[in-house]
Design a protein around this ligand. Structure first.
Ligand SMILES: Cc1ncc(COP(=O)(O)O)c(C=O)c1O
Length: 377
């Protein structure tokens, strides 16, 4: 716990921690912290959604549940299929199973661990009701192509932005390209309240349905929803929303520095033997990732070599990490029947080759990283 808060402070500086503490204190002073819902939470939802180029936001207790809510809000259930990438955060396929739908895995892009638009196109049939694009491990998905494919096929595009809270693709923020965006404010995210999440959309009906599911069947205007949704209680606490409110500005303020360091790392990484930057899609203006990532091909595409490289870097004090996501085929015992290792060669390469740096370490700055990379030559 102490370690987590130390990361938060290092990431944002002591004055920023003060603004978070003040926001929490204000809620205590107004004596609204104990409420199930409060105006301050609704205000945060609106501000967050607008900052992501969306009309509506529904705050939620975490990002895992946010995916379930998005699927339920879209009316996806038994008999439906949902397309998602084979290299993924492990809770995503479970969300699909939770609503009774069938996951359809597809491979990711070459040198970019997000869902391949071309592979997605191949699996779309009348049973598919949604595609989930996950912005993951340092990369933003190819949203213009995926958006077009989903529009043509009349299926919903869900964007999982848990790792990319402020990323911009073309002229819009991620989370606004599809029918619905989901966000996480878990402990290691760019904005964090320890636990927390959000669903964003510009569709008023979808908003009402998601709101009812999260808020025990209520209507955003008050009273019981007119849709007959019974709903659950997946609400964010008032204290969590208070912690997050000042971080919206901090995310933007830190964004420029984060991007500069990431671009520096892209340029410099390639000068080291066997290391390559991820391929980013041209419209990506800001990747706003909770991790910077690159590819290690020392001795070919082989997890053992990548692990040996990361061990060597760690011994020199360079904070690299590897193997935090695996292909569904390797990891998800529940979903192995849908996938074998050889079915998704690009996902396997991502699993074996990706090396990453946490965002609080990215924020150590260009001088730090210049010296760190020098030590690895
Ligand atoms: C891509 C992705 N989706 C969903 C989640 C789930 O979010 P949470 O940890 O808030 O449940 C995470 C968490 O790290 C994630 O990385």
């Amino acid at each position: 716990m102490a370690d987590r808060s130390a990361r938060l402070i290092r990431m944002k500086g002591p004055e920023d921690k003060d603004s978070i503490l003040k926001a929490v204190q204000d809620v205590f002073d107004k004596d609204t912290w104990w409420r199930y819902t409060a105006e301050s939470v609704r205000d945060f939802e609106k501000r967050f959604a607008r900052a992501r180029d969306c009309e509506y936001g529904v705050s939620i207790c975490n990002g895992t549940v946010a995916v379930d809510v998005a699927l339920r809000g879209l009316g996806i259930g038994p008999g439906d299929k949902v397309v998602l990438p084979a290299y993924n955060f492990y809770s995503l396929p479970k969300s699909v199973a939770n609503v009774g739908a069938t996951p359809v895995f597809v491979d990711v892009c070459r040198d970019n661990p997000t869902i391949s638009a071309e592979e997605t196109r191949k699996v779309l049939d009348s049973g598919v009701k949604a595609v989930i694009a996950v912005h993951i491990a340092g990369a933003v998905a190819e949203l213009d192509k995926l958006g077009e494919i989903c529009r043509d096929a009349k299926v919903a595009l869900i964007e999982d932005c848990a790792q990319a809270a402020g990323a911009v693709y073309g002229d819009k923020h991620v989370g606004s390209w599809g029918s619905v965006g989901i966000f996480s404010f878990g402990g290691v995210k760019l904005m964090t309240s320890g636990q927390g999440g959000m669903v964003t959309t510009s569709d008023p009906d979808l908003y009402e349905r998601c709101y009812a599911i999260v808020n025990r069947g209520s209507d955003p205007r008050g009273g019981v929803n007119r849709l007959g949704i019974v709903g659950d209680n997946y609400q964010m606490s008032v204290l969590a929303a208070a912690m997050l409110e000042p971080q919206l500005d901090l995310l933007r303020e830190n964004g420029e520095k984060r991007e500069q360091v990431m671009r520096f790392l892209d340029r410099e990484i390639v000068k080291l033997d066997g290391l390559f930057p991820l391929q980013q899609f041209a419209p990506v203006r800001s990747r706003a990732q909770m991790r910077y990532a690159f590819l290690c091909r020392r001795g070919g595409s082989d997890a053992k070599h990548t692990e040996a490289f990361v061990r060597m870097a760690k011994e020199k004090g360079v904070p690299f990490d590897t193997r935090f996501y695996t292909t569904i085929a390797n990891d998800e015992r529940l979903f192995r029947r849908y996938a074998t290792e050889t079915m998704f060669p690009m996902a396997k390469r991502a699993e074996d080759e990706i090396v990453a740096v946490w965002h609080w370490d990215v924020m150590r700055g260009i001088d730090y990283w210049g010296k760190a990379l020098e030590s690895l030559r």
